[in-house]
Design a binder for this molecule. Sequence first.
Ligand SMILES: N[C@@H](CCC(=O)N[C@@H](CS)C(=O)NCC(=O)O)C(=O)O
Length: 222
Amino acid sequence: MLLLQFSTSHYCRKARLALGYKQIPYQIKNLTPGLHILKIKPLTGLTTLPVLLPQLPGYPQAIGDSSQIFKFLEKYQPQPPLFLPDESQQQEALIIEDWLDESIGTATRFVYYNFRAGEGKQIDPSFSSQLIIQVVRSQYGINQAAVELATERLKLALEVLKYRWQDRAYLICDRISVADLAAAALLSPLVLIPQYRQDYPWLLERIAEIHKICSETLPPGL
Ligand SMILES: N[C@@H](CCC(=O)N[C@@H](CS)C(=O)NCC(=O)O)C(=O)O
């Protein structure tokens, strides 16, 4: 299998966690932001990465969107399971995954790129890095007002996740699920930000633990 990705994307990290958890061998191709559309739009109709190319006879040519990749991998290789055996718990896991994808992953992006352009500029002050950060900020409309809303959204999300994650291993029942992988990937950019490191030590621990279970390299800062 081949994973088309941006090396720094937290949504691509989410797909890698699932591939690692399933212990499926795969290769990676890093695409150039902007030019990636020429490659993936004809394949998926989408403009976003990750995209998984199974490269297997009888399987789809390409799967776009990290949640669809999870579904594909579960069907392709059911063991070890990522879906929960109890139907209502699995539905809960899918709803939490969707909330993390659509709301929290975006909020993380806003807070992270705002940090990298300001207080965290010294992480990579090079012209090329700061240019990419400015392009991303303009592409997603990352401005001060939007960052403040995203910060509020993350605060509430982390309060909710704390009750589920701080005292126990997994977000739903006693087994790993799509919700855990989504949270570990989509919140991972926060571990570089000193304020989050200080305020949410349990978050760093859970992110590290899920990465270990999935044999995935830890995100920068951990
Ligand atoms: N819902 C999508 C979101 C993926 C996403 O937002 N990917 C970003 C990178 S972090 C992307 O490809 N952006 C490029 C674009 O929108 O053109 C998923 O879960 O795969």
